[in-house]
Each structure stands twice: as C-alpha cells, then as structure tokens.
Write a protein that binds this ligand. Structure first.
Ligand SMILES: *Cc1c(COP(=O)(O)O)cnc(C)c1O
Length: 415
C-alpha cells in the first residue's frame, strides 16, 4: 500500500482549508496585490525571512507579503504540483519561457557552458543560441538520441567539463519524438561535477509529464513545464513551472521575485481547476493517440509515424522508451507522401482538428513544423534533425477517437 494518497485524490483539497475562506469548498481567487500584517513585529519577521536575513525556524512558513513574492493561489498550486512530480518544491511562472529563462539565468553565469538536446522547443532554442551568448554563456547542442557524451569533443574545445553548468534536455524531442536518456544525462553531469560545482540536469517535461515521465526519479535535478499545455489543458491560459529540490528552487524563486515573472492569482486558480482533471484528460488523450497512431500506419498516404510506443522494442530508443516512460503521451508526428503542397492540402482539409500551434489541450490540433513551430531552425538544420516539408504534428485531444480518425481519413482523401 502507498503511504500517501495518489495525486489525483489530493488535487481537490491538498494545501487548502475551507475555514480560511468562510467555509468555501473551493479555494477562492486571492485577487489582491498586498496582504495586511497583524502587527509591525510580524511584518518585520516576514521580511527577514523573505530576504534571507535569518534562517527559517522549524515549522515557520513564509508570511504573505505581496503578490509578486507569494500569493495563496500560487502557493497551493505549487504544493499540488509537487505531488505529481514527487518534488520538494515548485515555482509557477507567467509562461513556460519565463520558467526556462529564469531558471537558466539563475544557474548559469558568464563563462559557463550549457549543453542541450536538439531539437528543442523553438523559443528555448532561440533563447539559448541568440540571447545567452550576449551574456557570455555558451550553448552547445547534441542530437537527442545520441546523448550529451556525443558532444564531448566540442565541450573540450570550448573549455572543458569545468565550465559546464547545466545539461538541458527536452524528451521526447519536438516534433520528432526522439527520446533523450535522462539517467545517462545525470551520470554525465555527475562526471563533470566537482565538490565545488554541481552540473544541474534540467528536463523540459512538457510533452509527457507529469503522468508519463518522472525525470526527478531518473536523476534529473529540475523539471520544467509549459503549463500552457497539458497542465492547463484547456488552451485558455499561459503559464510555466519549475520543480525540484528545495535549495535550487529557493534560488529560482528569488530570481523570479526580482524579475517579476510569477503567474497571477487568476491563472493560478485556473491551474488549480485544471489539475483536478489532469489524470483523466491525459489518460484519455494517450489512449486516443495510441489508437490513432496504430491506424495511421495503415494509410498508404502516410510514409512514417513518429510515436513512442511504435518504437521497435529491440532498438536503443525502444528500450529507452520502456525504461523511461510510463506511457506514450498524445503527441504524434507523421510524414505524408509528397511535400509541402500535400501537407498544406491535408491541413486545410481538416475540420474537427483545428490548424493551430500549441498542444496538450482538450481539443485536437495539427500544424506544419517546417513552416510554423520550427521555421526558425532553417532548412539545413531541419534536414539534419529529420523535420521534413511533409511532416505533420498532431496533438490529440479528448474527442471520440473515431471522429478524429474520420477527420484524418477525409483530409487524406482530399489529395
Ligand atoms: C510551449 C512550450 C514551451 C514554452 O512555453 P510557453 O508557455 O509558451 O512560454 C516550452 N517548452 C515546450 C516543450 C513547449 O511545448
């Protein structure tokens, strides 16, 4: 028997007490910028703690001061997010990009190297390649399926292991669904760490988490999310999350307070609502996606399907899927016969499935990575990463899978 309840059982109540709010069953929206101190002494004490002027007493929790520093909706949300990823601590942000950029800026300094798996989410790749070098932080990429050790020569040429501060991975990679071995990353990070300097492994778990992949249990130090996607799940908010050990999160949370990129109370409240249905949404979406991916293999107009549970079990990627993932998720990519013209015809013929970027919501979405989410990579890099002009990326929603399939079949007949 588990010692604690399953997270889906705790999502309606954890961290909130009705007597705080006139007995309200649901946690209200604490739409306030500032909080009233009981007396001057307690105000002083809250600030001492907030600025780290003295250590926290046992059982003391940080007092509410000002909504850029803390807010009940965000604190309750953070405590519930910790249950899913079995993390000590969490911080929520105004976007996935805010979570990523704040975390990287806190943990990497000028002169450092950041190793990252490729392909990455377009916004993250742009930040690493175009913005970090302005702060003298050097990005070095490695192909997702080959792992960080494959970049050792370039790492050595750039100054060696002692300059490495972070390994940043996104697995499955977007849109190819290539898997990165998280345990191998943490082993490599340990080899590059010294007693003075710990190399941090950060995993963008947006595609699989927190249901189908638990990076902290595989040795990662930090988990990042675009909560805009599955965590929010209704395509109606923008938010981000960073989770991990207390000491790292304390640092990330402090920089968040000074950059001012926390989520607002309303977004926090929407996410609390969303987490109550996270398991049933993600389970239904993954079940739909599995059925659809299997079926896509049978259409003559489709050349190749990229979906984790279709990886042959006797390949390194197939073995990695079996050991690292708890389910296949609901992101499918596939190559249709032809090129951009056929891909556009297919996308324009879809009716139920909407043509939009983003993912993880209740509705199914399709898009064309080569001209949309991954246009910034340029044709050479796209070719190297296997992102063709004939590739479609599908985010499968909670509709009835047979209706999604009918929509796909009708669109395939259109060319
Ligand atoms: C969407 C996304 C992001 C960025 O998140 P925003 O909430 O849009 O800022 C980062 N990583 C991945 C994998 C994403 O899909």
């Amino acid at each position: 028997m588990r010692k604690t309840m399953h997270p889906e059982s705790s999502m309606m109540t954890h961290g909130y007490q009705p007597e705080w709010s006139e007995g309200a069953l649901k946690c209200p929206i604490f739409q306030t910028s500032t909080f009233v101190f009981k007396n001057a002494k307690s105000g002083q004490s809250f600030f001492e703690l907030a600025y780290g002027l003295r250590p926290k007493k046992s059982k003391e929790s940080p007092g509410l001061i000002y909504s850029r520093i803390n807010n009940p909706d965000l604190e309750i949300l953070e405590s519930r997010l910790c249950l899913w990823d079995e993390a000590d601590s969490a911080a929520v942000f105004s976007s996935g990009m805010a979570a990523i950029t704040t975390t990287v800026f806190e943990l990497c300094s000028p002169g450092d190297i950041i190793l990252y798996s490729e392909p990455l989410y377009g916004g993250t790749a742009h930040f690493f390649e175009k913005i970090l070098p302005r702060f003298s932080i050097r990005p070095i990429s490695f192909p997702a399926a080959l792992g960080p050790a494959s970049a050792i020569e370039r790492l050595n040429r750039a100054g060696g292991k002692k300059k490495l501060s972070m390994i940043f991975v996104e697995t499955p990679a977007n849109p190819t669904n290539d898997l990165v071995d998280i345990a191998a990353c943490s082993k490599f990070a340990a080899e590059c760490s010294s007693s003075k300097r710990k190399v941090v492994v950060a995993v963008d778990n947006t595609f699989m988490g927190p249901l189908w992949q638990k990076p902290l249990s595989l040795g990662a130090d930090l988990v990042l999310y675009s909560a805009t996607k599955f965590l929010g799940g209704h395509s109606d908010l923008i938010a981000g999350v960073c989770l991990g050990k207390k000491d790292l999160l304390e640092r990330v949370r402090t920089l968040r307070a000074f950059l001012g990129c926390m989520a607002d109370a309303w977004t926090g409240w929407l996410l609390l609502r969303s987490l109550e249905t996270l398991k049933i949404r993600m389970s239904e979406q993954a079940q739909n996606a599995s059925r659809i991916a299997e079926r896509l293999l049978k259409y003559p107009q489709i050349e190749r399907v990229y979906y984790p549970s279709l990886l042959p079990a006797d390949t390194p990627q197939g073995r990695l899927y079996a050991s690292q993932c708890l389910g296949p998720g609901s992101m499918i990519s596939f190559d249709i016969r032809g090129g951009r013209k056929q891909a556009f015809k297919f996308l324009d013929a879809l009716k139920l499935i909407k043509l939009a970027v983003s993912l993880g919501g209740t509705e199914s979405l399709a898009q064309h990575p080569a001209t949309m989410t991954h246009v910034d990579l340029g044709p050479k890099l796209r070719r190297r990463l296997g992102i063709g002009e004939n590739m479609i990326r599908l985010s499968v929603g909670v509709e009835n899978y047979s209706d999604i399939l009918k929509d796909i079949e009708a669109a395939l007949r259109a060319f």
